[in-house]
Design a protein around this ligand. Structure first.
Ligand SMILES: [Ca+2]
Length: 183
């Protein structure tokens, strides 16, 4: 599959200059118009990382959404993109990525029902999930990250790499956007 990386001007003028600078580029598209494009927003600078809702705003402002992962194949594709990022030398430090999966905390459900309340931000009805062993925690955690902790000691579910974890929505993380074909 041919791959092109193209730089895309982004309507992110409302963001602080450093963040704006780091958000340009890194949009990866495949050389056909059937597949979505993705953008990995990784910030070495911890202070540039953002909460779930700001990440969502950035993706929406560019005609996309926070990433939905609708199949094992798409999960593996994103894993390969993150491995490329790590191998390129710019992404060696730890940092999780917001994906577009969240739960409405107003719906006070029993903890047993909670895992079924997570919904994709882009409207996908995909039931694919890749939770880490003891996730989702629910409670005050209602927004989902993909783990990216290459230097962390493995836990009960193995290394903290690429599985999903619900976290408090105001925590600061990297994020991944997904854009429909042709955008
Ligand atoms: Ca959790």
């Amino acid at each position: 599959m041919g791959k092109t990386v193209r730089h895309q001007p982004s309507p992110t003028n409302f963001l602080p200059p450093l963040l704006r600078q780091e958000l340009t580029g890194r949009k990866v598209c495949y050389a056909d118009y059937k597949h979505p494009c993705y953008k990995i927003a990784f910030f070495q600078d911890l202070t540039a990382r953002v909460g779930y809702h700001q990440a969502r705003q950035v993706c929406d402002g560019e005609g996309g959404h926070l990433l939905s992962i609708e199949s094992e194949a798409e999960q593996k594709l994103i894993e390969r993109m993150l491995q490329n990022l790590t191998n390129s030398g710019s992404g060696k430090s730890d940092g999780d990525f917001w994906i577009g999966l969240a739960r409405n905390r107003d719906s006070m459900a029993s903890s047993a029902a909670c895992p079924d309340l997570y919904r994709w931000d882009d409207g996908s009805t995909s039931k694919f999930r890749n939770w880490y062993a003891d996730e989702p925690s629910c409670g005050s955690e209602a927004c989902v990250v993909m783990y990216h902790q290459p230097t962390a000691n493995p836990g009960i579910g193995g290394p903290y790499l690429y599985q999903w974890n619900d976290d408090r929505c105001n925590m600061k993380h990297n994020f991944i956007c997904k854009y429909p074909p042709g955008k």
